[in-house]
Design a protein around this ligand. Structure first.
Ligand code: NIG
Ligand code: FE
Length: 418
């Protein structure tokens, strides 16, 4: 379902990166080191936005390019892929964080009119220009954190005009910012307060008005539904997702964040690209997802920041044959952080992932969760999206949790300064 390979950066320039201490390709090979397929003392060439050559530094001595960078033995890996975010919104919710620190739960705050609804109110009031200004600053921050591709959801509008405004802010980012963006329609995030007693009317608006207009926008490639007792039921999610599929959108689902609601089974039934959160998913749900080829996306920051100490059982997911990616779930309520590498560290310490699994989860498997075949791996023909890490091995950024070791971000063969 790859939409388009477009990029806001200059794809005509060539770039040669020399003197790479460890090139972490994310693809095993006989001549390579470990599960992450590390090539020692490597060099990479990027032409027309794509990786055109991989070899050793000595082979690269007489090679040339428009730009040549000697990185002095640092580590290079694919640009990080954040496959689940709510990057577009107005306002912030540190007041709720303070309330939660005093013992109020996320659900209690939501039921009292705060939570998602509070961000909906601010987002409805903001102009498209204001939304774009805020989101482009966050996109800069994402790039500084090594993120080169990002999925971004709507879902803080919950009325036709504001959902379109959010979709357009995502489109504006897509056309004018170097970050590679894939948009998801999340009109069924929660039922907006004004439709509480008329939820089927709201779902009708989602299906017959919002979806057809928003699915036409080429940068909106998928649809998501939040399945939870405070949001949508399985049957409601099924009808929305089926309508989205009929319009050619791929499916992601928010599943089992606060309890086991059976969403994993629905994800398998629908052939969803991914089911995300999975904090309370049963073994049966995991098996069905594995059989249906649904990628599990865990969101360590959301589990961490909402507290309670409950994390998804990733070891059980692997035992049942699933593939697991990691995303930030950046949003103003449950996890306002864009530090994807820190999320990977939390997945290691709190969910039992190995360091190798976590690094694959923020690159190669994250690309699969978005249905994007041409990124997340360093190989000829892949997009020239790479990050340079100021350290001597790939585990160091996980180990120095929360620190930013990124010294250079390359998108489509261009060094990006934010
Ligand atoms: O992914 N789970 C639903 N949506 C968000 C929370 C959004 C919010 O609180 O603003 C999430 O965690
Ligand atoms: Fe989310």
């Amino acid at each position: 379902m790859l939409k388009y390979l477009g990029s806001r950066v200059d794809m005509n320039k060539s770039l040669l990166i020399k003197n790479i201490g460890r090139l972490v390709t994310m693809e095993e090979g006989d001549d390579r080191d470990g599960k992450l397929g590390v090539i020692l003392d490597a060099a990479v060439q990027i032409e027309e936005g794509k990786i055109s050559w991989i070899g050793t530094s000595s082979e690269s001595v007489n090679m040339n390019a428009d730009d040549v960078i000697d990185i002095g033995g640092q580590v290079v890996m694919p640009g990080l892929i954040d496959c689940h975010t709510h990057l577009v919104h107005a306002g912030s919710r540190e007041d709720e964080f303070n309330l939660r620190s005093q013992g109020k739960s996320y659900k209690e705050i939501a039921e009292a009119g705060g939570g998602i609804m509070s961000t909906v109110r601010s987002t409805r009031e903001a102009s498209l220009e204001d939304l774009y200004d805020e989101v482009s600053k966050r996109a800069d921050e994402a790039i500084r954190n090594g993120i080169t591709t990002m999925e971004i959801k709507t879902g803080y509008g919950l009325d036709l005009a504001t959902e379109i405004k959010m979709a357009d802010a995502i489109g504006e980012l897509d056309s004018s910012h170097p970050l590679e963006v894939y948009g998801t329609f999340l009109g069924a995030h929660i039922v907006p307060a004004e439709y509480k007693s008329r939820r089927s009317e709201y779902i009708d608006i989602v299906v017959s008005q919002m979806l057809p207009q928003i699915a036409k926008k080429e940068w909106i490639t998928s649809c998501d539904v939040f399945i939870e007792d405070i949001a949508y039921s399985i049957d409601e999610a099924r009808s929305i997702a089926r309508a989205a599929k009929d319009l050619g959108l791929a499916i992601h689902l928010h599943v089992d964040q606060f309890g086991d609601g059976g969403g994993a089974k629905l994800a398998a039934e629908l052939g969803a690209l991914s089911a995300d959160h999975l904090d309370h998913t049963s073994k049966k749900g995991m098996k069905l997802m594995a059989e249906g080829g649904v990628i599990g996306v865990v969101l360590p920051g959301a589990s961490f920041f909402t507290g309670g100490g409950h994390y998804p059982d990733v070891r059980k997911m692997f035992e049942n044959g699933m593939k697991v990616a990691i995303a930030t779930d950046y949003n103003p309520g449950t996890t306002p952080s864009l530090n994807l590498m820190l999320n990977a560290s939390i997945a290691v310490t709190q969910m039992g992932m190995t360091c190798d699994e976590a690094l694959l989860g923020i690159t190669r498997t994250a690309a699969e969760a978005l249905g994007l075949a041409y990124r997340g791996v360093v190989a000829e023909g892949m997009r020239g999206d790479l990050i340079v890490l100021d350290c001597t091995d790939e585990y160091y950024p996980l180990y120095r949790y929360g620190e930013n070791m990124i010294s250079q971000v390359i998108i489509g063969g261009n060094a990006i300064n934010t």
